[in-house]
Design a protein around this ligand. Structure first.
Ligand code: SFD
Ligand code: AMP
Length: 631
């Protein structure tokens, strides 16, 4: 495309993404870079003030260990995460984040984030690890600190990153395009840090037609982290560990505050409580079924069993929970009235702070939570390694946390570096370190940012990017625009053309394949070998058709690449589910042909790597080695 300018940006540390982990990385990397005379550049596909999962705000910070408070230790947090993920976790990574996350939360407060306080001035906890915030503007506060640290000239907004640039086996840059101007961007750096979030709309969402686009996970995170790191050659881990959140139905409102703060029950159509009535089922998933709190996927699973037996819908008993809390004030009519009002405010604020559409749905359907229960349901699967899923790149842990046994396996020089020299990952982009959430992702970004600067200092001679590499990248990336321009006049309806396919239709096909064969909502999260193999076959045809994607404008060009990234995320997922021949997280996916957990063979990481030279996927089993767990 002759009229597309090629913009070359030279920097030292390149951060791709602008969410929680990237903003953490920016703050920390800028600090260390200044000491070393280096430049840090951040690139976000959107406007950083409102980009990523925290765009709408959040109502809680889900990871606060409170080490100074003395009630919790790093080991407590590691135990919690290991149990929740059914034994599959990198303890070194989880511990590293846990020991640094409190200072991140204190920074948030210093930067102006309002954290709820009780009468004694202590943080108000939602649960053991979670603290309540007035978080509508959470992301704006975090972005401001990152922008101040970087300097505004070092932030590129609305530039969509597609491909990594690897020269002589080292990641030395990234390529993408502006979604507003006719500009193709090439960033050349000594090191690249990926924080482009997870992926949504790989599976068919529950919200279709009128509600299309609404999902729990933000629609603009499309698997860029996986695509970028995988194609750079980085080993991936836990790509089978999708996350299925149970949420208020159709608006996807959060349940944490209801379960933990309001201590609400969830009951089925018959009034039965699956968490009580199905307790025996947990024995089948021992030892993890017996821990407290019960792992998120097993909580899901008990509810799903009710649904499969036709006992749905499941209701969050908001009216009962609110009445129960207020009842403690019954002897004081004024206090009682005040408490009821307070609870109503908190109930609405929980949604208004982070899932406004759920509040709108309540308003539109005349729901008053103090009067009426609301339906909850398991959402479609997402890829979010920072929450209760675990997918992401396989990264080096810190040296000082390793045991003699783990050092050779989990440590290779720079903390949070992937298996590709110079390429770092944090937040959803790094795997096997679940439950970092917003605060832990920011803390991990800081950890990775500091390590990336160290790498840049110690490896200052980044090889240049050959011109032909840039030209090839540009031609490939802009091809959908050319295809459209070339063929659009050939039919009377721009949607229908034998020479091309538009990104929305491509996405629908991807979602249908994943939904029906890889355990989506319509197949009640169940799959088996034959279905997965069929999924791979169909994904193969879709991959062929990716070469025919067409874009009418820059926005659609972004949509094309978003969906190619989703396709790669889908393939990594299907291949890894196939590889793990057991069912370990039944409330995330159930492999009907291997319906039980196999501790002897599969208490292991299922990793994968894509080889650019051959186009082959390699599946790798890596040992789970514990550092903190008692024998
Ligand atoms: O409770 C490109 N999360 C919650 N965490 C909490 O601490 N408290 C809560 O209350 C949480 N809730 C919650 C949460 C997530 C979601 C989706 C909902 C509710 C609805 C989890 C955190 O939000 C999550 O852990 C972190 O945000 C993860 O951080 P990170 O950095 O891994 O991802 P990001 O923040 O989404 O940022 C991604 C960035 O990448 C950009 N990007 N840039 C350039 N090129 C591309 N190709 C790109 N693709 C993406 C994005 O623009 C963004 O800047 S609760 O309900 O669970
Ligand atoms: P959610 O709104 O489901 O994302 O939950 C917010 C936080 O509370 C996360 O840390 C969850 O893991 C946790 N959580 C939610 N529900 C429960 C529950 N029933 N028991 C224990 N922890 C929960």
């Amino acid at each position: 495309m002759a009229d597309f300018e090629t913009v070359k940006v030279e920097t030292d540390v390149l951060i791709v993404g602008g969410g929680m982990s990237a903003c953490g990385a920016a703050v920390e990397a800028a600090y260390w870079a200044k000491k070393n005379g280096l430049k840090v550049t951040m690139v976000d596909k959107a406007a950083t003030d409102r980009s990523g999962a925290v765009a709408m705000g959040l109502s809680a910070i889900n990871q606060y260990v409170d080490l100074k408070g003395g009630k919790n230790t790093v080991k407590d947090y590691v135990d919690y995460v290991r149990n929740d993920l059914m034994g599959i976790t990198r303890e070194d990574l989880v511990a590293n984040i846990a020991r640094h996350v409190d200072s991140t939360v204190h920074l948030f407060e210093k930067w102006g984030l309002p954290i709820w306080k009780d009468e004694e001035g202590n943080y108000v906890h939602e649960g053991r690890w979670q603290v309540m915030i007035n978080g509508e503007s959470y992301k704006v506060v975090i972005a401001e600190a990152a922008k101040n640290a970087l300097g505004i000239d070092n932030l590129y907004e609305r530039v969509f990153i597609v491909e990594p640039i690897v020269v002589d086996g080292r990641c030395v840059g990234a390529a993408g395009f502006s979604v507003r101007d006719q500009k193709f961007y090439v960033f050349h750096a000594k090191t690249v840090l990926v924080g482009m979030g997870g992926a949504v709309h790989v599976f068919k969402p529950r919200s279709t037609g009128e509600g299309l686009g609404r999902a729990w996970y933000p629609p603009w995170n499309t698997g860029s982290s996986l695509y970028f790191t995988l194609r750079a050659g980085a080993e991936q881990t836990c790509q089978e560990v999708r996350f299925i959140p149970v949420r208020f139905k159709d608006g996807y409102g959060p349940v944490g505050a209801w379960f933990l703060l309001f201590k609400s029950r969830a009951t089925n159509a018959m009034g039965g409580e699956y968490m009580v009535e199905r307790r025996d089922e947990l024995e089948n998933w021992a030892p993890y079924g017996k821990v407290k709190p019960i792992p998120a996927n097993l909580r899901n699973w008990l509810g799903m069993l009710d649904i499969m037996e036709g006992k749905g819908p499941i209701f969050m008993r908001t009216e009962e929970a609110m009445a129960k809390i207020a009842d403690a004030y019954k002897d004081d009519p004024k206090g009682y009235k005040k408490k009821r009002k307070e609870l109503e405010n908190e109930a609405w604020e929980d949604f208004l702070d982070m899932t406004i559409s759920q509040a709108l749905l309540w308003a539109a359907t005349d729901v008053q939570p103090e009067e009426r229960s609301s339906e909850i349901a398991a959402a479609e699967p997402y890829f979010i390694g920072s929450h209760s899923g675990a997918s992401g790149a396989w990264v080096s842990g810190p040296e000082d946390i390793q045991s003699d046994d783990t050092k050779g396996e989990y440590f290779w020089g720079y903390t949070n570096m992937t298996t590709v020299p110079g390429l770092f990952a944090a937040g959803d982009a790094s795997g096997a370190s679940s439950h970092k959430f917003s605060s832990g992702s920011h803390a991990e970004g800081r950890i990775a940012g500091k390590a990336a600067v160290k790498y840049a200092v110690e490896n200052h001679d980044a090889p240049p990017i050959p011109d032909h590499v840039i030209e090839n990248l540009k031609a490939t990336m802009l091809r959908p625009l050319e295809i459209y321009e070339q063929h659009v006049q050939e039919t009377s309806d721009v949607e229908i053309n034998p020479e091309y396919l538009r990104p929305k239709m491509f996405m629908f096909r991807l979602q249908k394949i994943m939904d029906e064969y890889a355990g989506g909502v319509s197949s009640q999260f169940t799959t088996n070998r034959a279905q997965l193999e069929r999924a791979l076959e169909l994904l193969g045809y879709l991959k062929q058709d990716a070469d025919k994607l067409a874009a009418g404008d820059l926005h659609e060009l972004m949509r094309c690449w978003e969906n190619i990234q989703r396709l790669w995320q889908a393939e990594a997922h299907v291949r890894t589910i196939l590889f793990r021949e057991e069912t370990r997280w039944p409330g995330y996916y159930f492999r009907a042909d291997t319906p039980t957990m196999d501790e002897n063979n599969w208490l292991a990481f299922a990793n994968t790597k894509w080889h650019a030279d051959s186009g082959e996927w390699e599946m790798i089993k890596r040992p789970v080695k514990y550092i903190f767990k008692e024998a």
